[in-house]
Write a protein that binds this ligand. Structure first.
Ligand code: ZN
Length: 317
């Protein structure tokens, strides 16, 4: 009988033309490049699977555990672990992009999932912005604006600050902009349709491919703003902020100061420490964690404690 332990995960880093050294500066990660853009922190995607660091599954990828030990995840079902947590360092502007929904991705992208995502702004420079939505009323207007390269008029920009949260459903045109570090929770998918890349060239002098036809297929026109109503609940030594709860995922922030008692009533939970440090204590033992640690609480966790002075972003289905 394998004991139920949290699965601490080792992240994978991805080089991006817009990346930088922020993940090392802010999280003390050992990054492989000066242009590291993404930390795939809790990932079972083939393009960057994370590896379990502790316990009986040590050395196995998350997807291997998902397939061979479904009981760890409460027999949730499905071929692949459905969620993906990343930390992104937008040292420069990311391309303006859009993702398909499940139906479109299944039809046109070899059965992949669509990509609905959301962002918790961990840190950003003063006056930082994101691209979120557009101003076209009709598809014709949208296409005309692209043909005329009328980007400033077409794209909506929103000012951001640390602690903000944005829900980015599939079909929403979006981009992180320079000077922003975010935690992204998303469906397990790596399908992006690039709409505009600022005419940038990579180190080989090549522009990255655009995917305008597919993008125009999937963009929500006119843009619909997600109505973000956050729910804040206070417990002893614990404040839970619920940012979003829907069919794709639920995302919360746990702010802990002291010893907090919690209960796990989901199939599994993804936890990312974005500030501070502390201890996780369950029936199976005690585990220390730091800013930048990521772990999954398995199905049989039940009651547990977290002590310390820390903030975690927690997601589940
Ligand atoms: Zn995206």
């Amino acid at each position: 009988m394998i004991k139920v332990q949290p699965l601490f995960l080792e992240p994978i880093f991805q080089e991006k033309i817009w990346g930088g050294k922020g993940l090392e500066d802010k999280f003390a990660y050992k990054i492989p490049h000066d242009k590291t853009g993404e930390c795939w922190a809790i990932s079972a995607h083939v393009n960057g699977p994370s590896t379990v660091e502790n316990g009986p599954f040590s050395g196995k990828t998350l997807n291997e555990v998902w397939r061979s030990h479904p009981e760890v995840f409460g027999h949730y079902g499905g071929d692949t672990f459905p969620l993906l947590t990343k930390i992104l360092d937008a040292n420069q502007d990311l391309s303006v992009q859009v993702h398909p929904d499940n139906v479109y991705a299944n039809l046109y992208e070899n059965g992949e999932l669509g990509k609905t995502e959301c962002w918790y702004i961990i840190d950003c420079k003063k006056g930082a912005e994101i691209v979120y939505g557009h101003n076209a009323k009709t598809k014709e207007e949208f296409i005309r604006a692209i043909e005329n390269r009328d980007w400033d008029k077409l794209l909506r920009r929103v000012k951001i600050k640390p602690g903000d949260f944005f829900y980015v459903p599939s079909g929403t045109i979006h981009a992180l902009c320079e000077g922003t570090i975010v935690l992204e929770t998303q469906q397990t998918s790596d399908i992006t349709y690039r709409v505009y890349d600022y005419e940038r060239k990579d180190k080989d002098g090549k522009k990255r491919e655009l995917h305008l036809r597919k993008a125009i297929d999937v963009i929500t026109i006119p843009h619909i703003d997600a109505d973000n109503k956050f729910i804040v609940t206070k417990y002893k030594n614990l404040i839970i902020t619920t940012f979003v709860e829907n069919d794709f995922f639920s995302v919360h922030k746990w702010k802990i100061d002291g010893i907090a008692s919690l209960t796990m009533d989901k199939s599994f939970m993804l936890c990312s420490v974005i500030n501070g440090n502390g201890f996780l204590r369950g029936e199976e033992g005690e585990y220390s964690f730091n800013k930048g640690s990521h772990f999954i609480l398995p199905a049989k966790t039940r009651n547990f404690e977290i002590s310390g002075n820390c903030e975690l972003i927690v997601s589940h289905l």
